[in-house]
Design a protein around this ligand. Structure first.
Ligand SMILES: [Zn+2]
Length: 382
């Protein structure tokens, strides 16, 4: 954020100079705002522009996902000071994973406090249904967690505000502030891990819905007679586009005895085949893998078209596994959309890969905290 003078603040906000000066003094006393070097204003008078003080405090962003825990420390200006990452695995129970997350958070707290920064709060991004209003993970199928009061657990440990949010929402917020959707007020981030979800930005704000569960687009039905979904219905979008569903389709093809490089890659253990291996084989020209990725692109295009018609976003950001295979997927999605629809929203939306990759969720989680402080700085530290 560029430095700004008191006079310009007064003009931009529409409050008089003395009110602005009084508010600024309060913010300076709390170290949220500082004066920068002396400059001349537009008519040549000396002016002392103001800027946010990066050392006002720090926020920690944490992501707990299927096979890793990762965290970041942001200063008040959103600069990253430290990142930590630790792999987890399906054999670990909930307590063990939470201990890793708490240990990691403690390490970042110590790092910040050693430098004299107060801790504003901790943001936590989680896969699955998250109730941000209660700070609770309701259900995360891919890690098998249910009804976890994670906000309370972290508050007991760290005694600072804890903000809990769905992973796709965190990613969307990070792409909006620091990534490919910077300053686009209406866009959709598509997340693809075990399932498929969306972070929806409307008018520069996350759209959470009445209970915080908006964006569960993996369960949008695209074929009423389709495959059975884990939610109990048939033909949900994620039964066609979730990475493990794509792998399942490939495994079925291989079981028919077709020729494919994937037979060598998987060896005797076809069950261990990964989405990334399918993508790599498609890049190398393997016909079975290419067909799987082309089909994925078409199915993605069908669902994206539905979203485009509902929300008219400026951009669709492909995250997670979709982002990593974007150079194969995006042309296919665009082809499908051009073939199917000739209406304006489908023609004008841009489809791009995430620019933040695996960092997006923890960056967004830390940003949730910074945003809350900025909204109400005088009350935050009370
Ligand atoms: Zn479903």
């Amino acid at each position: 954020m560029a430095p700004i003078s008191r006079a310009d603040l007064s003009t931009n906000i529409g409050l008089n100079r003395s009110t602005i000066s009084s508010i600024i003094q309060q913010l300076m006393d709390l170290h949220f705002v500082q004066e920068t070097r002396l400059q001349e204003d537009r008519i040549g008078r000396p002016a002392m522009p103001l800027e946010l003080n990066p050392h006002a405090g720090f926020a920690i962003g944490l992501e707990i996902n299927v096979d890793y825990v990762t965290s970041i420390m942001f200063d008040f200006c959103g600069n990253s000071h430290r990142k930590l990452h630790q792999a987890t695995n399906g054999r670990m129970n909930q307590h063990e994973v939470l201990m890793i997350a708490i240990q990691m958070t403690s390490e970042l707290c110590e790092f910040g406090r050693d430098r004299g920064y107060p801790l504003f709060g901790i943001g936590i991004g989680l896969p699955g249904l998250v109730d941000p209003y209660q700070g609770k993970l309701v259900f995360a199928q891919n890690i098998g967690w249910r009804n976890l009061e994670i906000g309370k657990i972290f508050f007991t440990q760290f005694n600072v505000p804890i903000l809990v949010e769905n992973e796709a929402n965190c990613c969307a917020l990070a792409e909006f502030r620091y990534g490919t959707a910077k300053e686009l007020s209406d866009f959709i981030y598509l997340s693809s891990n075990a399932g498929v979800g969306a972070g929806i930005l409307i008018n520069g704000e996350l759209f959470r819905g009445s209970e915080g569960f908006a964006g569960e687009i993996g369960h949008m039905v695209i074929n009423e007679e389709g495959n059975l979904c884990s939610c109990g219905r048939k033909g949900c979008w994620e039964t066609y586009v979730a990475p493990q569903e794509v792998v399942k389709g490939v495994q079925q093809e291989l079981s028919k005895g077709v020729e494919s490089r994937l037979n060598e890659i998987a060896g005797d253990n076809r069950e261990s085949l990964t989405f990334q291996q399918v993508v790599d084989a498609a890049h190398e020209g393997d016909t079975i893998a290419q067909k799987a990725i082309l089909d994925l692109g078409s199915h993605l295009g069908t669902g994206i078209l539905n979203l485009v018609h509902i929300f008219n976003p400026a951009q669709i950001v492909l995250g997670g596994a979709f982002g990593e295979s974007n150079n194969l997927l995006i042309p296919q999605i665009k082809t499908l959309m051009e073939e199917l629809v000739r209406v304006r929203p489908a023609r004008t939306v841009s489809i791009v890969p995430s620019s933040l990759g695996l960092d997006a969720c923890m960056m967004g989680a830390a940003t949730l905290v910074i945003d809350q402080v900025v909204r109400d700085p005088l009350n935050w530290l009370h």
